[in-house]
Every structure is written in structure tokens, then in C-alpha cells.
Design a protein around this ligand. Sequence first.
Ligand code: NAD
Length: 295
Amino acid sequence: MTTVGFIGLGNMGGPMAANLVAAGHEVLGYDLSETAVAAADEAGVRVLGSVAELAAAAQVVITMLPAGQHVQEVVLGDEGVLKHAVDGTLVIDSSTIDIQSARVVHAALAERGLPVVDAPVSGGVTKARAGTLTFMVGGTQDAVELARPYLEVMGANIIHAGSASAGQAAKICNNMLLGATMTAVAEAFVLGERLGLEARSLFDIVSTSSGDSWALHNFCPWPGLVEGSAADNGYRANFAAALMSKDLRLALTAADQVGATLPLSSVANEVFAELASVEGHLDASAVIRQIRGRD
Ligand code: NAD
């Protein structure tokens, strides 16, 4: 049994921490949200009052936070992990963040001699609950092997993508594809509706045809077609539109830095930026509302 500190107990971090508890680890938790903290407490996480307290008590620290600025604050800040962790503490950042922040965090922790990996995930809330996420991992081989037993509790696929920040690079490419596909799926339902198709027929046809996609099954924007979908639940977020927008921005920023042109993702980025500015708290599948409103 290891003492694992888990910072960021939201839609993803909550169930990931619960799986570590179920695997027999002592899990310490920290989050700013009372709702997240209450749910984690219910799942057997011992919630602490500060990052500093958590870092000082944990052998492994996992962060699952919204963006690079939060990870930098939690890891590098005065009350943060870098300052308060004991020697040898393994740090795993599973948030989706920009490459630059990931490199800054890696460098600072490595300078202190702490093993660190960036290990963003794919699979959404469903796979977070099931413990079947895909982890894309960046860091040294030694650090990846230290992290593997914990990642295996929360995931089904653990893939070493390369050195520091390579996990984030892979995640950015993956989510760029997701954002473009979700936009296209929403467009198909809007066009189908205008052409007089029943949404159910369209779903049954596309899901067994060449237009099928992960986005259709996991982020079906039309209510009543996929059991448990956010669309069936007033678009209550499994994966918030604001986070999808963030990921597309990360992709375009990274593309700018390396001179890549991404026409399709640029349009998806605009669509999600508009959605995020009005309904960013809703599920990303609410992109269909944006597509409808754009006519
Ligand atoms: P979320 O907003 O549900 O959870 C984030 C949590 O971090 C919140 O509970 C918030 O209170 C907490 N937080 C923010 N700042 C904090 C701080 N300084 N200290 C402590 N806690 C803080 O988001 P989520 O959906 O769980 O996503 C978390 C990360 O995982 C994001 O980077 C996201 O892009 C990525 N991700 C999400 C999904 C998904 O389907 N939801 C899938 C893959 C990756």
C-alpha cells in the first residue's frame, strides 16, 4: 500500500482517486470545490486542507487539474508540491496542459531530483470510472516504470510516448481529432434534421457505416440515442465545452510553434471558442447548439 496524494478531484480525478482507494492505497485528496471534496470523501479519500500538507505526507502525488496555470501553481507555488514533497516523491501530472508548462514542471522537479511524468489521459468519465483509461506518458524510462503500477490501477493502456512533455504532445494531437470529429458529428445531425431524417435512423446508419466515430458513440449530441449521454442529461458536462476549447487552443498554439497549418482544427477551434464563451460549463457535445445557432 502506498500513500497517494491526489490533487484535483473533479469529473476525472474523482473516479481515478476512487479506483486507487479500491486498489488498497491510502489516498489523500485536495480540491478547491466543496462538491468534489464531498464526493471524494464518500469514496474513501482522506481530504486534507492544503497542497503542502498533502505533499508532505504522500509518496506519490497525482495532479488532475484544468490547465497549465493550475498545475504550475500547485506544483511550483509557495505552498506547492516542489517545496513540500519529501525526497523521492513521484509526481504524475495527468491533466491536459500546454507543452511549455509541462516542460517547466518537469525541469523544476527533475532539478530537485524528484521523478516525474506527464501522463494525460483519454477515455472520459466512463473509462475513468471503469479504470480503463489510456495514459500517454512522457518522461524517462525509470520514471515511467515507477508510475506504471499506479497508472495500471486507473488505466488499461499505458503508452510511453517519449521524453518530458511527449505525453502532452500525443494528447494534444488526439484531442484535436476529437474536437474536429465532434464538430462534424453535430453538423451531420443538424443537416440530417434539415433534410427530414429521423435522428435514430441517422444514428443507426452512421454508426454502422464509414462515418462512424468514437465521438458519435461517446459524445452523441442528439438526446435519446446513446444511453447515459450528456445529451440525455441536459448536456451536464462529462467533458466540459470549456475544456474541449482549451485543448483545441493548445493544439493550435503548438502548431504555431512548429509551423504546422491545421485548417480543419482552426474552424473547430472557432466553433468551440464561441460555445465556451456562452455555455462553457456544458458538455462538449452541446456543440450542436452552436452549429444550429450559426445558420
Ligand atoms: P473538472 O473541472 O471536473 O475538475 C478539475 C478539478 O480541479 C475541479 O474539481 C477544481 O475544483 C479543481 N481545481 C482547480 N484548481 C485547483 C487548485 N489550484 N487546487 C486544487 N484543485 C483545483 O475537470 P475534469 O473534467 O476532471 O478534467 C481535469 C483534466 O483532465 C483537464 O486537464 C482535462 O482537460 C482533462 N481531461 C478531461 C476529460 C473528461 O472527459 N472530463 C478527459 C480527458 C482529459
